[in-house]
Design a protein around this ligand. Structure first.
Ligand code: PLP
Length: 700
């Protein structure tokens, strides 16, 4: 497997070696409580004061307060609490305050969530209003001019964590000075530290929270700058530490580590200049453009942090790109909140009013200001590898003919299944129950692979317009000149005699046949090896069925081991058999009973020398990963989308142990569960997948 290239610095960063050393020193030698008056305490206090003095200088804090916090979220709470308490006090004194809590539409969620929370808790009853941004992600100053006179508190960020957009703080400041002289102003400066010049006391900014773990310090340490004279209410009361501004014994190892990072930033030796970072971004962008045709960058570089690239690729979901990069050992993030099944569109890009596909498919690549050419070289090389893997799978256009694909492929969305029946010898295929959302992708893939489509068919009516969408997307690639019956079945099909003597309309694919079995409310399709007599039940490898198909109806036509491929996944398993349905097996076997730990694999393979190790990640992920061997064992690739195809072989052969793995364990457990459900008990999966397997001592 590949070594890791970490390009998710906006989420968090590795800890600077000097910071680790400083933290260790603070714990080992300088462990005193800075509030103690003995010598051990005084030493700790001296360290604390030293870091604070350095931080004040680096931020240009002037006479303002600089308090250590647990991170930016705490700093944001404190600023919001302080501002709202001040609004309440001003009102109590009969002074006018605005009625709006104005926050940038692309702020980190910590800001609007804190505003709503404290506004409700304190009963201040102000109106929360999102300040819109333009297509570049910058605050709409025209709207700010309109709203500023009503603002009690304004929250804007210095730079956006998702898009990298740098705010026009000078423009905002000028407007606030002119139109909202008494409004308080917080600038979330998390993404600015180490990347933009800061001179806080020279600005009108009242509150500026920072977070250590975004810049090579550990998690759990942050800072809050408060302008001299700005209202302040402590969030935490107690022993009066931090001059009473933030009680609780200080996180001394975190502070020491942050101090080491600030010292490194100050000496300039290990941090790159802005111009160097811009060059690095250019190199990454060029590699991405070459690997991913059609890529669009979602924020203009001239207004962005040079360390953040946010992009979308037509036809590829953010989750697919994330999985692909992860397989190649490159850690990026889908620029949006992401669940295993589907990604919610990014609210940041949505606020920029980018096209919905860009908001849903966005990927963020971010690096820290300590990046070097070795990292960027390696990243560019891996990006090229990812592009090649996508081309080989025909997920992006390829000039090189793709490898032949043969057999049955499952594509799906939210539990609905589209099935492809591919015949490599004749380079023809049939597509069953196409989903409208997949139409363009299927058409592009079929075109890229040079397959001719013999039929686009449904198992039932009202399947959502997918067939029409696919026929349109295929254009001339659908075998022409043939009229089609209801559900898309070609009129000029051949015939095949089924096991019960019924003569079915059939499409021939070399030695194989796809036969239609009409039901009252739709049709099932049987695919298998034909013989002179027709299609015997024992030779039917697959039965494609609709939601209305009564599986028992097929009992005379297929075998108990025929793979039944439904229009919708049942119990989130991709396929079934009559045997499984008939035995009343539980829908899913206990996942723990089929789980192997990566560190136990070597023993398992010693005990089971005939076991197969199977990567169920998609083919493009397998190609991008350096996954020929894992834990010293040769790896076979059987993507989850090809599981049904391979099952038709496994279920008929002698049972041998199968060990599935994937990125996180989510797909491999599904594969193992499917096999158990179909009566194949010798199927296992590796808990935690490649992600955790690599952490363990036995990893290859
Ligand atoms: N603000 C911004 C812009 C961020 O990127 C983050 C972290 O994701 C936060 C606030 C929250 O920071 P912390 O994790 O230190 O609470």
């Amino acid at each position: 497997m590949h070594t890791e290239i970490y390009l998710d610095a906006n989420a968090t960063s590795a800890v600077h070696p000097a910071a680790i050393a400083a933290a260790a020193l603070a714990m080992r030698d300088c462990y005193g409580n800075p509030s103690s008056s003995h010598a051990t305490g005084l030493k700790a206090k001296a360290m604390l004061d030293g870091v604070r003095a350095l931080a004040r200088r680096m931020l240009g804090a002037g006479q303002g307060r600089l308090t250590f916090t647990s991170g930016a979220t705490e700093g944001i709470q404190t600023a919001v609490l302080s501002a709202l308490c001040e609004v309440r006090a001003r009102r109590a004194r009969g002074e006018a305050t605005g009625d709006l809590l104005l926050y940038g539409a692309t702020e980190h969620k910590a800001v609007p969530e804190s505003l709503a929370h404290w506004n409700a808790l304190l009963g201040t009853g102000l109106e929360l209003r999102a300040l819109p941004v333009d297509a570049d992600g910058r605050h709409r100053l025209d709207v700010l001019r309109e709203l500023a006179p009503r603002a009690a508190f304004v929250c804007t960020m210095a730079a956006n964590n998702e898009s990298g957009t740098i705010s026009d703080l000078a423009g905002i400041e000028a407007l606030l000075r002119e139109c909202a002289p008494t409004a308080l102003w917080m600038v979330d400066s998390v993404q600015a530290l180490g990347k933009l010049t800061l001179d806080l006391a020279a600005t009108r900014i009242d509150y500026a929270p920072f977070s250590g773990h975004k810049l090579y310090a550990p998690k759990g340490i942050g800072m809050l700058y408060v302008r001299e004279g700005a209202p302040y209410t402590a969030l935490m009361m107690g022993g009066g530490q931090e001059a009473g501004q933030r009680s609780g014994t200080e996180n001394m190892s975190g502070i020491a580590a942050l101090g080491a990072v600030l010292a490194a930033l100050d000496d300039g030796a290990s941090f790159r200049t802005h111009a160097q970072l811009v060059q690095m971004r250019e190199r990454l962008a060029a590699a991405l453009r070459a690997a991913l045709p059609g890529i669009v960058f979602n924020a203009p570089f001239e207004h962005s942090l040079p360390t953040t690239l946010n992009f979308s690729v037509p036809g590829l979901a953010g989750k697919e790109l994330l999985d692909l990069f992860d397989a190649a050992g490159v850690r990026v993030s889908a620029g949006s909140a992401c669940s295993a099944a589907k990604a919610a569109p990014s609210y940041v890009l949505t606020a920029m009013q980018l096209a919905p596909w860009r908001c849903a498919a966005a990927v963020r690549m971010s690096f820290g200001p300590m990046a070097d050419d070795t990292l960027i070289d390696a990243a560019c090389e891996r990006i090229a590898r990812c592009g090649a893997a996508l081309r080989a799978s025909c997920l992006i256009p390829s000039a090189v003919p793709a490898q032949d694909s043969d057999g049955v492929v499952q594509l799906g969305l939210d539990g609905a299944c589209t099935w492809l029946v591919l015949d490599a010898a004749s380079r023809t295929c049939a597509i069953i129950n196409p989903l409208a959302a997949l139409a363009v992708r299927i058409a592009d893939q079929v075109r890229c692979q040079g397959y001719r489509v013999r039929a686009v068919i449904d198992t039932h009516g009202g399947a959502g317009g997918g067939r029409a969408a696919l026929v349109a997307a295929l254009g001339g690639q659908l075998a022409g000149g043939i009229s089609h019956e209801a559900l898309g079945w070609p009129v000029l099909a051949d015939e095949a005699t089924l096991d019960n003597g019924q003569v079915a309309s059939a499409l021939m694919f070399g030695t194989r046949v796809l036969a239609r079995v009409a039901h009252a409310s739709g049709a099932s399709y049987l695919f298998g090896e034909r013989s002179a007599a027709g299609l015997a039940a024992g030779d039917v490898r697959f039965a494609f069925t609709g939601p209305d198909a009564v599986i028992e109806q097929l009992a005379q036509l297929v075998s108990r081991k025929t793979i039944v491929c439904p229009a919708c996944e049942a119990g989130s398993l991709p396929c079934t058999t009559l045997m499984a349905e008939g035995s009343g097996a539980a829908p899913a076997a206990n996942p723990l009973a089929m789980q192997l730990e990566a560190h136990g694999l070597e023993r398992f393979f010693n005990d089971h020398p005939d076991a197969l190790l199977i990567d169920v990640r998609e083919a493009y992920e397998h190609a991008a990963a350096d996954a020929g061997h894992w834990h010293g064992r040769a790896v076979q690739s059987v993507p989850l989308s090809r599981l049904a195809d391979r099952l038709s072989v496994w279920l008929r052969a002698e049972e041998r142990p199968l060990v599935f793995f994937c990125r996180s364990g989510a797909r491999s457990v599904k594969a193992a569960q499917c096999l158990h459900r179909l009566g194949y008990r010798n199927a296992w999966h590796v808990a935690g997948g490649v992600a955790l397997g690599a952490m363990l001592p036995l990893a290859a």
